[in-house]
Design a protein around this ligand. Structure first.
Ligand SMILES: Cc1ncc(COP(=O)(O)O)c(C=O)c1O
Length: 368
């Protein structure tokens, strides 16, 4: 049996009729950049997130950059980010000229350790970017408390957590801005690059909307240095179809996680749902010292797995300039060295889940 890490083709085939119709309509309308399908998606997505505004953009990275720019974060400023995240989180801070200041994460959830945020705050700190890693929310209540105390902005990086919530607070509801990636492999994935910003603040909505489209309030009049970060019409059309399936797909992901939890050997540390969280399982992780050996074994059994992420951000080349070194953020480094992502998607078959669990258990009993 073969178990791919992701199976986007099977998902496409399950919604082909609606996708083909929407894409064809968009092609015929020639609204290729922004346009009515993107506007409809913005309307649908803001309702889905229970937010006042949604702005469709061309990637999750652009969404982060726009959020930071709209909050006037730039040279001389510092922004708190977790050490364990996809590199787009600190890189977007670097785009603005501000300095990303890393904070360790909690093992094994990978969520920012709120107890370690305050010691990193200086007079230059302007914002905190909690990342809802793997599909569950960082502790938004504690982060909100800290942000209020030090008058900091919060930008939630929800690129991996569409539909997630924390103590019934939807992603994006207690921050200034939240950002999403619709990279194809995400829980809500476009058929190309795409992303979105949500906010409840009108001023930020207006500013971000303008910044994504060359700072134009009127055609040919550019009010400030700004960007081409527009969402494609075709991506808007595709995302409208896929958004309707989101809750069903999240339920399926949660069922897959439940099966893995039940079937995989109890001795293994696995993904779990923190108290008050609604985990949407973008990533399902297991953690073990001999990760590389198990990963190799699973590949030999045609099971594809991933690592999210094998190098924490503070140890990435561009951030050496700040003098970070090994053991600066031990929990994030432990995740980097022990985490493995198992195949999880709504279309995965029960026999595949069982096969993955059987092979992991076999490897454990043969090595212990
Ligand atoms: C946590 C996180 N932030 C930001 C991004 C960037 O999104 P994009 O690839 O759409 O630019 C990603 C995508 O992988 C992500 O996982």
């Amino acid at each position: 049996m073969k178990v791919p890490f992701l199976d986007l083709k099977t998902q496409y085939l399950s919604i082909k009729k609606d996708i083909d119709k929407e894409v064809l309509q968009t092609l015929k309308s020639s609204n290729y950049s922004l346009g009515p399908k993107v506007e409809l998606f913005e309307d649908n997505f803001k309702k889905y997130c229970n937010s006042k505004y949604a702005i469709g953009v061309n990637s999750g990275t652009s969404a982060l950059h726009l959020a930071l720019d709209a909050l006037d974060i730039g040279k001389g400023d510092e922004v708190i980010v977790p050490a364990m995240t996809f590199v787009a989180t600190p890189m977007s801070v670097s785009y603005t000229g501000a300095k990303p200041v890393f904070v360790d994460t909690i093992y094994p959830s990978g969520l920012i350790d709120f107890n370690k945020i305050e010691e990193k705050i200086t007079s230059r700190t302007k914002a905190i970017i909690p990342v809802h890693l793997y599909g569950q929310c960082a502790n938004l209540i504690e982060i909100k408390r800290i942000a209020k105390k030090y008058k900091l902005k919060i930008i939630e990086d929800a690129s991996q957590a569409h539909g997630s919530s924390y103590h019934n607070i939807n992603v994006g509801q207690i921050s200034d801005v939240a950002t999403f990636s619709f990279y194809p492999g995400k829980n809500l994935g476009a058929y190309g690059e795409s992303g979105c910003v949500i906010t409840n603040v009108k001023k930020l909505n207006d500013k971000i909307r303008k910044l994504r489209n060359w700072g134009q309030s009127k055609k040919h009049y550019h009010d400030e240095i700004s960007y081409n970060y527009r969402m494609d019409g075709i991506q808007g059309a595709i995302l409208n179809v896929k958004l309707k399936k989101m809750n069903e797909w999240i339920s399926k992901r949660r069922m897959v996680a439940e099966m893995y939890n039940k079937l995989i050997d109890k001795s293994l540390l696995k993904s779990s749902e923190d108290e008050g969280n609604y985990h949407v399982y973008h990533i399902y992780s297991i953690f073990l010292k001999e990760r590389d050996k198990l990963q190799k074994y699973l590949h030999s059994k045609n099971i594809n797995t991933g690592n999210h992420y094998p190098v924490p951000c503070h140890l990435q080349k561009p951030y050496r300039i700040f003098g970070y070194k090994k053991n600066d953020f031990p929990q994030s480094e432990k995740i980097a060295n022990t985490q493995m992502s198992l195949p999880i998607y709504p279309e995965i078959k029960v026999k595949m889940i069982k096969y993955v669990a059987v092979q992991i258990n076999k490897w454990i009993s043969n090595t212990s």
